[in-house]
Ligand binder design. Structure first.
Ligand SMILES: Cc1cc2nc3c(=O)[nH]c(=O)nc-3n(C[C@H](O)[C@H](O)[C@H](O)COP(=O)(O)O)c2cc1C
Ligand code: SF4
Length: 479
């Protein structure tokens, strides 16, 4: 049976656990940092030496840690792309924007256990020769920024930050920067622009890969809050132990934000891939099932930009049979293991690990209209396909939900959505705004067509009756 596995949230919700440093220290806080700073250079068989920081970077690779911000990219690989020869300073930014609709996991860490994030960041900075780092926190999280600033001051007072940290000779400062209140501030290059004091216009890649040309055109690492917390645990437990958590290529734990039509919405930490979508929705330890008398209609598995799954949908997934041979097995949507690879194989993504559950009371056209309105509002406007396309989709959905739809709107929506992504835009927002439209319409086309057709029929009748009245009046006028 699937269980919650609390690694990152081990203490956060324990009665009496507080965000102050004394409480953190009582729970073994900053021991992993001490361990990291004390790692001695290691001799390699080829006569080379691996420094302590290099060993941590190697361990992060071995751990298999994948980014928890959305794309699930290997953290160790990302760090290996950092240009270490430019002679410029290297920066690290913690992406704490957490603005993907449906996602509410990073804030649990920042509000309840801020020192865990700070310790993870200090170790990550030490590993990457970073001496100045930022936490870019979503602007609306006013209290979160206060809590983090207080925690940073506490860490400074104990010399976990500042000059010559714990006598190691290593210097580091971390600042909190409150975001500018836009979804696009979470996109890493938009975030960097915003941190530089400008509008959060994403930068085009290439050439502006943050690892080479990031903050102030210097090499920069951008990692999510949860990703950075994991680094602390990789050092604390060792990379090999960490890699035993979860499933192959999907290691560690993930905090899943579960919302919508379940009895127990909330955040649940699981070993990656050790619970299925169905278990997360129905198991009493997690969502506890749907509301009484309701049946499942759809699930968005990874935040609002992830492609929707329809209840009863089946996928062909690679599995090993009893003899260990790889086979293609038919898998129901509810039986998909909640991990990076299975969801990608099923044509969607685990994204920011936010599951949004919709039961049969959901008006699917209304649901998509809501999502599309968000994306139309949040497009930064730099790219024509995204700026115009997201607005056109939102307008079409607005008319469909306000009695002005057309039966052809379903095809119209897909035509627009198909013409936004695929390298036509500067950033992945193009994909993020198209995927919901493409998938909702493909999987629930009859509902979109029926709504549009009903509006057209009603209008036709109205015109007919207006015409008939006008005809009568005209006929009367001749008498
Ligand atoms: C439109 C858009 C919004 C994003 N918002 C967030 C966000 O709120 N938080 C986050 O961590 N990553 C967000 N990302 C992903 C970041 O660009 C980046 O990939 C991530 O912070 C890298 O961290 P990770 O490797 O630790 O996952 C967003 C991406 C896009 C395209
Ligand atoms: S894809 Fe959209 S959000 Fe991204 S840069 Fe272009 S207009 Fe802005």
């Amino acid at each position: 049976m699937p269980q919650e596995y609390k690694l990152i949230l081990k203490h956060a919700d324990e009665p009496g656990y507080t965000p102050d440093i004394e409480c953190y220290l009582r729970h073994g806080g900053y021991d992993a940092l001490k361990k990291a700073l004390a790692i001695q250079p290691k001799d390699l068989p080829d006569g080379k030496k691996l420094s302590g920081p290099e060993q941590i970077r190697e361990d992060v690779k071995i751990s298999g840690l994948r980014g928890r911000g959305g794309a699930g990219f290997s953290c160790g690989l990302k760090w290996s792309f950092v240009d270490r020869r430019s002679g410029k300073p290297i920066y690290l930014i913690c992406n704490a924007d957490e603005s993907e609709p449906g996602t509410f996991k990073d804030r649990q860490i920042m509000y309840k256990d801020p020192h865990q994030l700070i310790e993870g960041m200090i170790i990550s900075c030490f590993a990457n020769d970073v001496h100045l780092a930022y936490i870019y926190i979503r602007g609306e999280m006013v209290d979160g920024a206060k809590i983090l600033n207080r925690a940073l001051a506490e860490a400074r007072s104990k010399n976990f930050l500042g000059k010559n940290i714990l006598g190691s000779g290593y210097d580091l400062e971390i600042h909190v920067h409150r975001g500018a209140g836009a979804y696009i501030c979470g996109e890493e290059t938009g975030l960097i622009e915003s941190l530089e004091g400008k509008r959060p216009y994403p930068r085009i890649k290439p050439p502006y890969f943050p690892a080479v040309l990031g903050l102030w055109m210097c090499p920069t690492i951008v990692n999510n809050v949860e990703t950075l917390c994991n680094v602390k645990h990789i050092v604390a437990m060792g990379a090999a132990e960490f890699a035993k958590l979860g499933t192959p290529n999907n290691t560690g734990t993930r905090i899943v934000s579960l919302s919508g039509h379940v009895k127990k919405p909330g955040y649940y930490e699981i070993e990656v891939g050790k619970a299925t979508i169905g278990e997360l929705i129905n198991d009493p330890k997690f969502g506890g099932g749907l509301r009484p008398g309701r049946s499942l209609k759809a699930v968005i598995p990874g935040g609002s930009s992830a492609k929707v799954f329809k209840a009863g949908e089946k996928f062909k997934l690679k599995k090993k049979d009893a003899e260990g041979k790889e086979i293609l097995a038919e898998t129901d949507m509810l039986d998909l293991p909640y991990d990076f690879d299975s969801l990608t194989a099923a044509g969607s993504m685990s994204g920011s690990s936010a599951i949004i559950v919709m039961d049969d009371s959901t008006d699917i056209v209304e649901a998509l209209a809501n999502i599309a309105e968000f994306y139309a509002h949040e497009s930064c406007g730099q790219c024509t396909p995204c700026r115009e396309g997201s607005l056109w989709m939102s307008k079409a959905l607005h008319r469909l939900t306000h009695g002005e739809g057309r039966a052809s709107d379903a095809d119209y929506l897909v035509k627009i959505a198909d013409n936004i992504p695929g390298g036509r835009t500067i950033c992945a927002f193009g994909e993020a705004c198209s995927w919901p439209v493409q998938s909702f319409v493909a999987k629930f086309k009859d509902e979109f067509v029926a709504k549009g057709k009903a509006d057209e029929d009603r209008h036709a009748k109205e015109i007919e009756s207006v015409g008939a009245t006008a005809g009568l009046e005209l006929a009367g006028g001749h008498k």
